[in-house]
Design a protein around this ligand. Structure first.
Ligand SMILES: [Zn+2]
Length: 330
């Protein structure tokens, strides 16, 4: 095991949007800025985030999702079979239109592949392909078209599979299929697992699923049957208590471990974050443990997103050095 491929650092997917892009999105939604101009600014912001991630020293990069608002609505807008629903409240005072599955689902064309290809063209480091999983798509939508939630989940799995296979063909080394809603109804975990199996069945890429806020204990150890190589988990916000579950039932996948909280602008110390990595190392070996922030950073301003990722990288350097020392025979 060389020091180069242990404790690879990464992030969950989204970053804060720069002010000029936020402004442009608002103008676009009021009809005051064209789609082409908006896309140009989204590309500019993507390029900036790729450079920033390289500067910070992250190992596995993301495109930052400058082109997305909500992680479900983005895909719902691009899929056939979806229509826009009424306003519902999400976290804080944000409201969004909860999408409605109102007809047969189909994917008229790729939804993220051009963004992946653009981001990957800007760097020699791997960029993750980034999708929302079928169960979360289902749980954050109204289903008015399919007889059961399972039927709708499997139909969603089919369109997500098509997108994932296109990312695979486009050369994505990692494909992340986010399932933050997976513990919403633990009795439906089997549906989520069946749907994910459809998405990942043919992929050559390493597969990842991000799972964050909710009762992880309710889906553990069943979640180990989710057919992905890596689970990407929020831990810092929970003071690492989910790791205790692994005393009883060993963890069997790679783990991306959240070592900084994304819901506070307070900054963890590097020492605290390093302690988080050491906790993870009790359960997962260093070649299978990937330090990162708990969740997407889109709710944080740009400077805080950067500062949080720097803490991750600096903490990892400390622990890597400790492991290197241990590896040298006395
Ligand atoms: Zn998350």
């Amino acid at each position: 095991m060389t020091n180069d491929n242990i404790l690879l650092t990464t992030s969950v997917g989204s970053f804060g949007k720069p002010d000029y892009l936020q402004k442009a999105r608002n103008q676009n939604s009021r009809g005051k800025l064209g789609a082409a101009e908006l896309t140009e600014l989204e590309r500019k912001a993507t390029l900036e985030w790729i450079r920033v991630q390289e500067d910070i020293g992250l190992d596995i990069l993301v495109d930052g999702e400058m082109y997305r608002g909500d992680m479900v609505a983005y895909f719902a807008d691009l899929l056939d079979g979806y229509s826009e629903g009424g306003l519902v409240r999400s976290y804080g005072n944000r409201y969004y239109h909860k999408p409605v599955i109102s007809g047969k689902l189909a994917r008229p064309k790729p939804m993220t592949v051009e963004w992946f290809e653009y981001a990957q063209s800007l760097t020699d480091k791997p960029v993750k392909g980034m999708l929302t999983g079928p169960y979360t798509m289902l749980d954050w939508s109204y289903n008015e078209a399919y007889p059961t939630r399972r039927d709708a989940a499997l139909a969603l799995a089919e369109v997500v599979r098509q997108e994932a296979e296109d990312l695979d063909r486009a050369g994505a080394k990692y494909i992340q299929i986010d399932e933050p809603a997976i513990h919403a109804r633990p009795e439906e975990l089997e549906i989520a697992i069946e749907a994910m199996g459809i998405v990942t069945q043919n992929l050559k890429a390493k597969t990842i699923s991000h799972i964050c806020y909710g009762d992880f204990a309710a889906i553990y150890p069943g979640i180990l049957d989710l057919p992905v190589d890596q689970l990407d988990l929020a831990m810092a916000n929970y003071e690492y208590r989910w790791l205790d579950l692994m005393d009883r039932q060993p963890f069997t996948k790679e783990m991306a471990i959240g070592i900084v909280d994304v819901h506070t602008h307070e900054m963890e110390s590097v020492a605290e974050a390093a302690a988080g990595i050491r906790k993870g190392l009790k359960y997962v070996s260093a070649d299978k443990l990937l330090p990162h922030p708990d969740c997407g950073l889109k709710t944080r301003p740009v400077d805080e997103s950067i500062a949080k990722c720097k803490v991750v990288v600096d903490a990892t350097k400390i622990v890597r050095a400790e492991l290197a020392k241990k590896a040298v025979p006395a």
